[in-house]
Design a protein. Structure first.
Length: 392
């Protein structure tokens, strides 16, 4: 039985602009391209032994031990001349399965990713907390890498990361960057974060705020003059605030709301939408920038539900935008179809009325998006036309 040529599979994936590779017993290798699962032509169905051998080949001794203990392991894998991949090896029905996420070598900027220009303003913050949120596969790591690269290119700072595993590799530009991998360079996110505070950091990037201890240290770090960047698996700004607060016991939540309102600088939430030409995906992005009204909405539990309204009204002055405003802008630039925009919208009935041109009470919040908004300054999303992005 021939061994799996993992490099050949990954070569096809990179050339085919796939975001992920699935290797499962009984099937040929499967690629995820622009959100769709597609088998690689010309590959035989894979046998369990072949997959197990391939998995053992790419794991080091420590990773083999973790896999044996937990029946799964997260790791990074590099192929010289091809790129880096985030890997999860796991058991299903007693057989080994492998999923590899393609990590582009080049870190793209905000324009290349079709992200709103207001991200420049948010990235220029020198202290506080910035969160990038979205479901798995919505491009959080890519956006976070772009924010870090912007900081790295534009100011002198010491940036420390805690990642599981390290995905994008950053080289020192104007800043110096130390990237620490959980399980290799540190035992846990909370331990890495606590250590980072003693390493003279200006910017701390935590791959994910997974537990109370990590959230607690991140808030303290943001409060004591550092810029903290992190991600959460939440769909919008309102859910993000509620999720952070709910990590704490009830008796602490009022105090945490006040603390969070004081440190949060921005929440960037995103979803990837298939482009009109079917040749890529483009991000629809909700952007919350902290204002006095937003702070009030965070501090008062009863007003948190008003965050979406505060965001929609903050477009002109602060460059904020809701998902529906972002979708309307992308639709007006002919980047996505009306059907996709409607399907992904937060409020379908309201979105439908806006597209039909029926005015509502908050019509002024939408007028710039209806006309196809200007992409300069702190306004709505950058990039006009084109086929979107190949891989997010």
């Amino acid at each position: 039985m021939a061994d799996i040529d993992l490099s050949a599979i990954l070569n096809v994936a990179v050339k085919g602009k796939a975001s992920d590779v699935h290797i499962k017993a009984g099937l040929p290798p499967i690629l995820r391209i622009y959100g769709n699962l597609v088998p690689i032509k010309g590959f035989e169905r894979l046998a369990p032994d072949e997959i197990n051998k391939a998995a053992q080949r790419i794991m080091n001794d420590g990773q083999k031990e973790t896999f044996k203990k937990h029946q799964q392991v997260d790791m990074a894998y590099s192929v010289p001349g091809l790129g880096r991949f985030r890997v999860n090896i796991f058991l299903q029905r007693g057989a080994v399965g492998i999923v590899l996420r393609v990590i582009p070598i080049k870190i793209q900027n905000f324009e290349e990713l079709n992200l709103p220009q207001v991200l420049r303003t948010i990235s220029n913050e020198v202290r506080g907390l910035i969160l990038v949120t979205g479901v798995t596969g919505s491009g959080k790591s890519t956006t976070l890498a772009s924010v870090m690269d912007y900081i790295n290119s534009n100011r002198s700072a010491h940036i420390i990361t805690a990642e599981d595993p390290i995905e994008y590799l950053h080289r020192d530009k104007m800043s110096i960057i130390n990237q620490r991998e959980i399980g290799v360079d540190a035992q846990s996110f909370s331990e890495a974060l606590r250590g980072a505070l003693r390493q003279d950091p200006d910017v701390i990037m935590v791959g994910e705020m997974r537990d109370l201890e990590t959230v607690e240290i991140a808030l303290t770090a943001a409060e004591t003059g550092h810029l903290v960047l992190s991600t959460l698996h939440t769909i919008d700004a309102m859910e993000t605030i509620n999720r952070v607060v709910s990590v704490f016991p009830p008796y602490q939540q009022k105090q945490i709301r006040i603390q969070l309102a004081g440190v949060i600088k921005g929440i960037i939430s995103q979803r990837l939408i298939p482009t009109k030409d079917g040749m890529g995906r483009v991000p629809a992005v909700e952007v919350m920038v902290t204002t006095s009204r937003i702070r009030e909405c965070i501090e008062d539990k009863e007003k948190t539900k008003e965050i979406a309204d505060a965001i929609s009204k903050g477009f002109t002055t602060y460059g904020m935008q809701t998902f529906d405003q972002s979708l309307l802008s992308l639709m007006n630039k002919d980047m996505i179809t009306y059907e996709e925009a409607l399907r992904e919208s937060s409020n379908q009935a309201d979105f439908e009325l806006k597209v039909k041109g029926i005015s509502g009470t908050s019509d002024s919040d939408w007028k710039n998006f209806e006309k196809g908004a200007d992409t300069k300054g702190g306004g709505p999303p950058a990039g006009g036309g084109g086929g979107g992005i190949d891989r997010f």
